[in-house]
Design a protein around this ligand. Structure first.
Ligand code: PEP
Length: 251
């Protein structure tokens, strides 16, 4: 397989250090079953230290759910990429639809954050995806193209430095996942556009994850699509057994 699969667990605003340690330990005890699949955990900032202890020197990656576009400064309540790096993170989720929707993050802001993450050698999982009315009005590809071009504008990276996550907003936390065909179609479109942005050799090797109500029941069918290089999992990543099952389906 030219693109090693990645399964990432976005714990959102769930867990405190004690429950985060427990969840991480329950997942990590199965690490010998993960095979070549890369696994990454994204606890809330306040649980990073606890999960770092558990992850230790294993290959499981640790990541932040967001970051600021400056390294430090008078930005009360914000966390920088430098801070994430120093807390053991090698990845960061950027452009998540919940950040766009509830915190007003624009394509331009996300572009600045992506630039900073790349500069600081944090691998961003750059999320994008259309809302339901946009899909219903036949605007899916237009939205994806705009988000992709604006988010990545002016940036240079290769396939090891960045991951894309196609996350249709209507599928996030709703229990309604995109069908494997819908996801594969969007991934193919994104890869085609990436080809123009970064050139075919890098585009071919960049990983595009699917996110939106992935659970152990639907993971197999999604991963059967060769365009789907893994998953960004929200709700189901809070249940160790289910998350482990999803990782195993990606093998
Ligand atoms: C997400 O948070 O990125 C996500 C896809 O959530 P869920 O799996 O709960 O839909």
């Amino acid at each position: 397989m030219i693109r090693p699969r990645l399964v990432a667990g976005n714990w959102k605003m769930h867990t405190v250090p004690e429950s985060a340690s427990k969840l991480a330990a329950e997942i990590i005890q199965h690490k010998s079953e993960f095979g070549p699949v890369e696994v990454a955990l994204f606890p809330p900032f306040t649980s990073l230290a606890a999960v770092r202890e558990i992850v230790g020197k294993s290959k499981i990656r640790l990541g932040g759910q967001n970051m600021h576009f400056e390294s430090e400064g008078a930005f009360t309540g914000e966390v920088s990429g430098t801070m994430l790096k120093a807390s053991g993170c090698s990845m960061v989720i950027l452009g998540h639809s919940e950040r766009r929707l509830y915190f007003g993050e624009t394509d331009q802001l996300i572009n600045l954050k992506l630039e900073k993450a790349l500069e600081g050698e944090l691998i961003p999982i750059f999320c994008l995806g259309e809302k339901l009315p946009e899909r219903q009005n036949g605007k899916t590809f237009e939205v994806l193209e705009r988000q992709l071009a604006a988010g990545l504008g002016g940036l240079r990276f290769d396939e090891k430095q960045l991951v894309i996550a196609y996350e249709p907003v209507w599928a996030i936390g709703t229990g309604v996942n995109a069908t494997p065909e819908q996801a594969a179609e969007a991934h193919r479109f994104l890869r085609e556009k990436l080809s123009t942005l970064v050139g075919p050799p890098v585009a071919e090797k960049l990983r595009i994850l699917y996110g939106g109500s992935v659970n152990a029941g639907v993971a197999g069918a999604l991963f059967a699509e060769e365009e789907i290089d893994g998953a960004l999992v929200g709700g189901a990543s809070l249940k160790a057994a289910e998350f482990v099952e999803i990782v195993k389906k990606a093998k």
